[in-house]
Design a protein around this ligand. Sequence first.
Ligand SMILES: Nc1ncnc2c1ncn2[C@@H]1O[C@H](COP(=O)(O)OP(=O)(O)OP(=O)(O)O)[C@@H](O)[C@H]1O
Ligand SMILES: [Mg+2]
Length: 354
Amino acid sequence: MTTLPEIYSARIADGDLHHDDAQEAVLPQFERIRAELEKPVKKSWFRKATPDPVQGLYLWGGVGRGKSMLMDLFVDSLDVPVRRVHFHAFMQEIHEAMHKARQQGVEDAIAPVAKAVSDSVRVLAFDEMQITDITDAMIVGRLFEQLFAAGTVVVTTSNRVPDDLYKHGLNRQLFLPFIGLIKEKMRVWELVSPTDYRQNRLAGSPVYFVQAGTEARDQINAIWTDLTGGAADPLMLTVKGRQVEIPRFRNGVGRATFYDLCGKMLGPGDYLAISEALKVLVLEDVPTLSRNNFNEAKRFVTLIDALYEAKVRLICSAAAQPEMLYLEGEGTFEFERTASRLREMQDAGWGKDA
Ligand SMILES: Nc1ncnc2c1ncn2[C@@H]1O[C@H](COP(=O)(O)OP(=O)(O)OP(=O)(O)O)[C@@H](O)[C@H]1O
Ligand SMILES: [Mg+2]
């Protein structure tokens, strides 16, 4: 049996991680859950065996502190059925499943959907819990009540303390029971490390690559693996009822090609949503721009503005240096600002604060 403190120490010994007191201090919380989950379930003659309730963990704090990394260590160490999923993606699945249930005439659609989830896993590990959408806010209370009642253990990362979830949201009083539920069923823990490790990892490496071909791809792959561990899922954002896809996403880092984001009919609202969802964007294959691809160039300008405002870190491969990307055609003057922003965004210290 290997405990989480042992796993963490081994990663430090390997040179993978730096020792961090605040990270070390949270390990016993994850270890408590892991150990309890390994206990055999008590069987009774009278009723179906229900697992003993295990208090989950709500790990919150500033960006890049290692919350997702620690949760991944925990998830990998488990022997019980576990699902690690981005909170937003999970809620989208829930809405879809509820929609299907209603179409089949089920009146209280939350019940069968919650049951299907709790039947399929023992632990739900959410990355980046945040609630901004009223349709999420209005169902999470009852959904999680039923998940907890069925013995599902929930761990989550978040940038916000529970009391600030859905802050200033519409009908917030109807959401408040969910906050109470979190505090009751999950240990709330702030990760107060002084270090933004994501920023540290990026500080020493170039983030704008102009080499053509596989060299830039290899370097970008190395950064991607460093930040995310390599695995990824698509992230679907709903913007005004439409779906906008970031093809690869993990731990706040999104990866897409220029074509994915600027070659399609996306607008300012979409770029805003993308910027809100990401802490880092890896954008590949930015071509040289001209009047032949004026629309793409215009979208690129809007994308960079949105990323810049939201302080999203950008890692980019492009056919030319920023100032040489767009030399002729309408809007070259406006593009100067984009080029200057692309430069500024390469500074080691530039990026999202907590
Ligand atoms: N102790 C550490 N030593 C070295 N690198 C670390 C350490 N902790 C985390 N990292 C790395 O720093 C990056 C950011 O960590 P992580 O994604 O876990 O942060 P986070 O707290 O989840 O941030 P966010 O709130 O933005 O989601 C990752 O690449 C991770 O592997
Ligand atoms: Mg994270």
